[in-house]
Design a protein. Sequence first.
Length: 387
Amino acid sequence: MKKRILSVLLAAVMVVSLLAACGTSEKTPADAGTTAKDGKNESQGVTSGMEAVEGLEANAPEAPTTTGAGVKIGFVSTGVLGDKALTDTTWAGLNKLKEDYPDVEIKIYESPNGTTDWEPNIIAASEWADLVIVNASSCGEILLSVAERFPDVYYVANEFPVEDNPQFASDVYACNEVAFLLGCLAGLFTQNTDIPGINEEHVVGYISGMEAPTTLDYFTGFEAGAKFTCPDVTVLQSWTGSYTDPLLAKEMTKGMISQGADCILGCISSAVVGVFEACDEADIYSFGLDTNKDADYEGKIITSGLKCGDVTSYKFGKEFIEGTWEPGFILMDCASGALDITDMATIKKHLQMDVIDDYYNQAIEIRDDLRAGKIEVPYIPAARGEE
């Protein structure tokens, strides 16, 4: 919500007290919003909320706790709807929020042109919305720069850590942990030449759009997991420079396959279709991310690493509407239940091999050890805002 200027009619002693507590203005995520502009998309989805964080600072005024009338929430994605990844799951959470709070307005700003859309979309969302949620793993610095021009707007930086900034709540998934589980399975598969499509070379691959802290975190975890179960494995990596070009992703995946890779993780938003197609045509294996994609290319996707973007967007949106939103940073890891893998039922059904059950059980044991803190997975400090 927009900041409310302190009343000049307050007694001097109250002004002094307020200034000592919070400066010259108050942040109130329940005030009236700005004039709306036309939305770009309509969609629907379902989700459930997470546990609320601590309430606003003690001096913040009371916020509405019913309909959220007048609240406008904008969502900026680095990709487009239909990615079956973080764009879709984040948008699903906001649509669930709309169902629960019908008077709230929501709007999505997609980026079909990739990087060139990011800054103008964040600006447009900031001009319209009271709260702007951005999938910011690759555009975090752009987001911070734009936010300086809109001091009365609040932001959620999804997958980009922001601390000590009263405009921002932020979160980061422990992507290294879920990627570690996928890497462990890749390491198991690539050693077993009895599985159709697996060669003798012990090579797996990772492909993504850009070298950003989050995508590097995925690679770090995936590589560590592959070496955890197959110490002599070679892990290839490629960067396409785009999250929306499946043809380029397909060609680069073919290049990995020509180098012997038989299990490939694509961390590349909607362009992952290109990875799936290349692996399917070569009769090798890939992994899904964010949502359950196991049946998209039946028998060729080993499992999917699940990341609950809908939970995140619902959580922050609900807190904003109800006046309990506050700035700060949250890490979502395996122990929190925010990350997991699918049950591998599709690949089990397709291959009809008992060893797949063994591999799944091993992966679950490793997951439980992660949750218990028995395994420490290397990670990229910048992905968590650490120096």
